[in-house]
Write a protein that binds this ligand. Sequence first.
Ligand code: C5P
Length: 308
Amino acid sequence: MASPVTEPEAVRVRVAGKVNLTLRSGRRRPDGYHSLSTVFQAVSLFDEVEASWAEPGRFSVRVLGEQADRVPLGDDNLAIQAARLLATTWGAAHPLGAELVIRKSIPVAGGMAGGSADAAGALLACAVLWDLDISPDELRTLGAQIGADVPFCLVGGTALGTNRGDELVPVLSRGSYHWVLAFSDGELSTPAVFGKFDEMGLGADRLEAPADLLNALVGGDVQALGHAVVNDLEPAALALRPQLGPLIEAGRDLGALAALISGSGPTVAFLAANEPAAVDLSVKLSGEGVCRAVKRVSGPVPGARLVV
Ligand code: C5P
């Protein structure tokens, strides 16, 4: 680690949100988590995390952009937690501090890993700012201590996640897929959705690899992908937020190949056959008045990357 004088004053990282193309879940485990078999795809909706030097031991965060007022600024902020964890684990010999600025576009508690993306962004930005000798593998291991989605937010692309969703293998995926995201007012807490999932007695005994979905991705077959997407959390999210039912129906009626609650929701991702179909769907869906906002994105895109 070099002295602060020779280091960059600020490091900026761009980090993508995700949709889960499949999310199969087992029952609650003794550690409170659920074993998952999930295929993540990083999509082109990005937060930006900027880290600059602060007094040793001092960590602060400012949040700008959409829904900034909903992000906690104290110790429960995942980006702060990530920066502190990195500093205490890897910077023990030199007390470190950081001032973080997050520019948000990924919805807060929207099922797109917004908080985990900011934690991933903070890990990479601080590792570069502080010039730490840490490998991508070690960064991912650290990220998993902050949240199950953080390792995926670091790598991006398309990956199969097992265990809590934090053990990843890359998935071969041909071409680019076009999505229309429908954002809803309000949030859905991930623990609450998993709680409802348990209450409803859901949860598979065995989790198998999603063969149809993996084949669709290798072949770049958007129609087959539309048939293969599935989210086991959907009944629980719908039970907590019944208004999502009409939104899903509206998107299907307007020609989406598939409608999928993203993660624990409430964001709904509609798969379009191609880019013009996505433009058409987003215009029509905006006119229906069934959600707060719509946004067109595509995937896969890379995970956390430096902005130079
Ligand atoms: O990993 P993260 O801390 O972001 O997850 C938030 C909460 O979501 C967990 O505390 C747990 O209640 C639930 N969860 C789960 N099983 C997973 C991932 C998350 O039950 N595989």
